[in-house]
Structures are given as structure tokens and as C-alpha cells.
Design a protein around this ligand. Structure first.
Ligand SMILES: [Zn+2]
Length: 83
């Protein structure tokens, strides 16, 4: 099986055409469980998405700023990601 160049094997759960490839998550806040990473369904590994996990609906300004920067960076990486 081939993995996208950004795939982190420690976070990858792709098995054949099931599961998903994932990059190493960017952790914005450990206590609030806010993190983001690149994501690609195993059945369509050439399509990269940004996966966001957020354990809260309210962020302090500092975390909101960090999340915004992480999303911009990941969005850019998803657009530019070669398979
Ligand atoms: Zn993978």
C-alpha cells in the first residue's frame, strides 16, 4: 500500500481501501483537545482534507489565533500535497 507523502504511520489507519491516512496532528490546546491534521480516505488517497478535532465550542483568543494559523498552514499543505 502506498501512503501520501505527508502520512504519519503512527496515525495512519488505512487498510486497503478502508480507513484513512492521517498526518501528525498539530496540537493547539492539549487540555481542550483542539488539534488538526491532514486526512485522506484510504479509497481516495490523492484527495487531502483538513481534519479538525475540537473538544470545545469556545476558545481563548490565543488558542483561536493558533487554530487559525494551523488551519491556514494545513489548508495550504492539502492543496499543494503531492501524492
Ligand atoms: Zn497512510
Amino acid at each position: 500500500m502506498s501512503h501520501p507523502s505527508w502520512c504519519d504511520r503512527a496515525h495512519c489507519v488505512a487498510r486497503g481501501s478502508a480507513g484513512a491516512h492521517r498526518s501528525r496532528p498539530v496540537v493547539i490546546d492539549r487540555l481542550l483537545l483542539v488539534r488538526a491534521n491532514l486526512y485522506s480516505p484510504a479509497a481516495a488517497p490523492g484527495v487531502a482534507f483538513v481534519e479538525l478535532r475540537c473538544g470545545t465550542a469556545v476558545l481563548r483568543a490565543r488558542e483561536a489565533y493558533g487554530l487559525g494559523r494551523a488551519l491556514m498552514s494545513l489548508g495550504r499543505a492539502a492543496e499543494d500535497a503531492p501524492f
